[in-house]
Write a protein that binds this ligand. Structure first.
Ligand SMILES: C[S@@+](CC[C@H](N)C(=O)[O-])C[C@H]1O[C@@H](n2cnc3c(N)ncnc32)[C@H](O)[C@@H]1O
Length: 279
């Protein structure tokens, strides 16, 4: 499937539930519709000539959904999943134990993730550590899921590392936290790159999906640096991003207005924890 008008019909909402049956056993922070989108993107949208990349896979929840779709379609190639593979006691309680994992000592979750992803092991490569310290040398990327953009500098580095490998008019960037009030730099960066990406889907709860439209060149790699943007320019860029999404017909007004208000209150914030909760 390569016709971008397909997104208008929201076909992921009618994904065969059997595709996700096994993946449901892997704990995730994704909302139900987001899980459907991940599996649809790899089973129906991608053609199989490029890799899938999952930035911030936590215990493998997003990876399992991507892998389930990838397996259904019989694609070759790998899902490359990156994380530090650490979970605090709070996160263990709220996500892992709440979704059926037996309590365990310590913060290390790499071994748990490997176990949970066993059904798809031949199609997954895991990369423990800081994503910004890694190097991407595995060619074209067809589906890039981003769920680790928790600070401006790390987001800038991740985009710089992975965006040049996207395939114009084919590759999707799934911006998992685009509408989350604590991460306003995600819409700012995508707005800076409006010549290279077009929004194609808004997926409950926080996701906006983009189709890459132009190969990212040297200019784009300079342009994408939110860290180089003055605080007042970040706010005007975020307001422009809201206008673009509204014009495209996506129901983002309430959540992006909140992002703008929070950024106006804390214009120098550069990491999620700079915004006191709740706002
Ligand atoms: C919201 S969680 C991801 C949830 C996951 N996609 C799922 O389906 O449950 C964000 C993850 O990003 C990881 N992360 C954030 N910044 C990172 C970085 N700079 N390098 C590696 N991992 C990072 C965290 O360890 C955390 O597991």
């Amino acid at each position: 499937m390569t016709d971008p008008t397909v997104f208008e019909q929201t076909p992921w909402k009618t994904l065969d539930p059997a595709v996700l049956e096994q993946a449901k056993k892997v704990p995730t922070m994704l909302a139900p519709e987001e899980q459907q989108f991940y599996a649809w993107a790899t089973s129906e949208w991608m053609q199989g000539d490029g890799a899938v990349v999952d930035l911030g896979c936590f215990a493998g929840g997003s990876t399992a959904r991507l892998a389930a779709g990838h397996q259904r379609a019989g694609h070759p190639g790998l899902i490359h999943a990156y994380d530090r593979f650490h979970a605090s006691e709070l996160t263990k309680n709220q996500i892992l134990y709440a979704q059926g994992i037996a309590p365990f000592d310590g913060e290390e979750i790499l071994d748990l993730t490997i176990d949970l992803l066993t059904p798809w092991t031949e199609r997954i490569a895991l990369y423990p550590g800081n994503i910004e310290d890694q190097v991407w040398e595995d060619g074209a990327i067809e589906v890039l899921a981003m769920d680790a953009s928790k600070t401006i500098p790390t987001m800038d580095q991740m985009a710089h590392m992975f965006f040049p490998s996207l395939i114009p008019r084919r590759s999707l960037v799934i911006q998992q936290d685009y509408l989350f009030w604590r991460l306003p730099w995600i819409p700012i960066q995508m707005e800076l790159l409006a010549d290279y990406f077009t929004p194609v889907a808004c997926v409950q709860k926080h996701t906006v999906v983009f189709l890459n439209t132009e190969k990212l060149d040297a200019d784009a790699l300079e342009t994408l640096r939110v860290s180089a943007l003055a605080p007042e320019d970040r706010i005007t860029t975020l307001i422009r991003a809201r206008e673009r999404l509204e014009e495209a017909g996506f129901p983002v007004s309430k959540r992006m207005t909140r992002q703008i208000a929070v950024l106006q209150k804390h214009p120098n914030a550069s990491r999620a924890t700079h915004f006191p909760s709740p706002q």
